[in-house]
Design a protein around this ligand. Sequence first.
Ligand code: ZN
Length: 168
Amino acid sequence: MSVREIVTVGHPVLRQRAREISREELATAEVQGLIDDMIDTMRAAGGAGLAANQVAELRRVAVIEVDNNPRYPYKPPIPLTVIVNPVLEPVGEETVAINEGCLSVPDLRGTLERFVTVRVRWLDREGNEHDELRCGLTAGTFQHEVDHLDGVLFLDRVADPTTFTTWE
Ligand code: ZN
């Protein structure tokens, strides 16, 4: 396991759609190693999530974890979740304004609308199928990571540029 370099805004890989992977590919040492490295990289950077695009891999894999993270004291804990080939759809029309940042957009925050409730289907790293609902800030985190896999950054969804701030 090792910590990989996180690419930042401007790198073309952040604007490309990551491709689905087969169960056979998921089971390979290469992809299992990628998942281990992504977990290490997310934890080392103090992030709440990391998508494969952010370590310059165009495979449809992301990791999410919130564990009393000092960067995000307002976020409810999320156990370590590895999502492979996620498909996300909103449940209802309700949205909420969330102030987001991104490890690939250093030191910038912005406010955007996210769906309050989403249905997410994915494979875990063992290839088991999940079909679950996520709500609130946790739903926002899932939407942020699936956006990455589609080549979308939170910057694109900020309707009011005056909400951009630094962490300070
Ligand atoms: Zn991000």
